[in-house]
Design a protein around this ligand. Sequence first.
Ligand SMILES: *Cc1c(COP(=O)(O)O)cnc(C)c1O
Length: 391
Amino acid sequence: MSKAKPDLSALSPETRLVAAGRDYAEHGFVNPAVYHGSTVLFPDTAALSSRQQTYVYGRRGTPTSRAVEEAVALVEGGHNAKMLPSGMAAITTALLAFLKAGDHLLMVDTVYQPARHLCDGLLKGLGIETSYYDPLIGKGIAGLIRPNTRVVYAESPGSQTMEVQDIPAIAEAAHKAGALLFVDNTWGAGHYFKAFEHGADISIQAATKYLVGHSDAMMGTVTCSKETWEPFRHAYEEMGQFAGPDDMYLTLRGIRTLDVRLERHMKNALNVAEWLRGRAEVETVLYPALSNAPGHELWKRDFRGACGLFSVVLKPCSDKATAAFLDQLQLFGMGYSWGGFESLAVPFKPQRTATRWQPEGYSLRFHIGLEDPDDLKADLAEGFKALNSAS
Ligand SMILES: *Cc1c(COP(=O)(O)O)cnc(C)c1O
């Protein structure tokens, strides 16, 4: 006995997180099974030669992969999605699916650093030219688009310096020139930024961050519009992409609680960011959700919420003082990635070629986790004590 199914596309974003991809569960269980499988058997030679059955080979899809793909596509508001073993694999596969020798790629200057290395290394070697643009360029991007510009790539906000991009203006200019717009949507997690409603043709996520949400698995997602789906799907299959079944399951599990986690990350991050803004040691807090912060107006216009990732520029102090601050912190771990339940702090020095980023003080990136923000502030206060006595 199964109950009537809701029309998923009519549901609110919060309900989508809970209802999406549920058709693949069997025997009355709420969740789909984790299928570990390569070979899929065919009942007879006729079925083998026609290949007309739902599942034909592990890499071509399992009930586990279909469930999570459907859920991601519904959360993002795209046509269909594919899962890849990391966010970086998602970026690489999406770009290689649409770029060929002689093409030009317009890449945002604030892009995730390993993606910059891809453009300046592998893509360059294949005869694909990349030029970088100012994240705040908005509709001015039209002046940089060339006849051979195939893809314009955005990441908003930039995951270190937090510039919010005018995605609708960039989408309009790209489409007018016949180019596609890709968006790295990891910060908005597909839930707080609806990339397709704002004109994206492809939305990419490091699901390693908020979809997985527990710092225990790596995953990438590429969600496509109807027009980009078939070419992307072919490239994905030709490149032999897929992802591990347990990690796909963990991604689907993470999606169920995405709304409540993000809501708390935002509440805690606003609390800590506001407190940091009042500290004498802090020059600027770069968190678009904070009133009067850079990018706040665009964020308010285009985003439904904010995650727990923001950055801070300190007032000038010595290397020793910054190190003393970071080394003193007990609740903030020092390490890469973000989007898990735990708080993190790392210093950063962004690589730029189209714009400049040279504040006088140190730049630090914080991920605010699900701890009590009062405990986090007390930890940071101890860090500032250490900073001041080391100066
Ligand atoms: C982490 C990250 C990636 C890469 O994801 P991995 O799963 O680590 O490969 C891509 N884009 C952004 C914005 C990220 O923060």
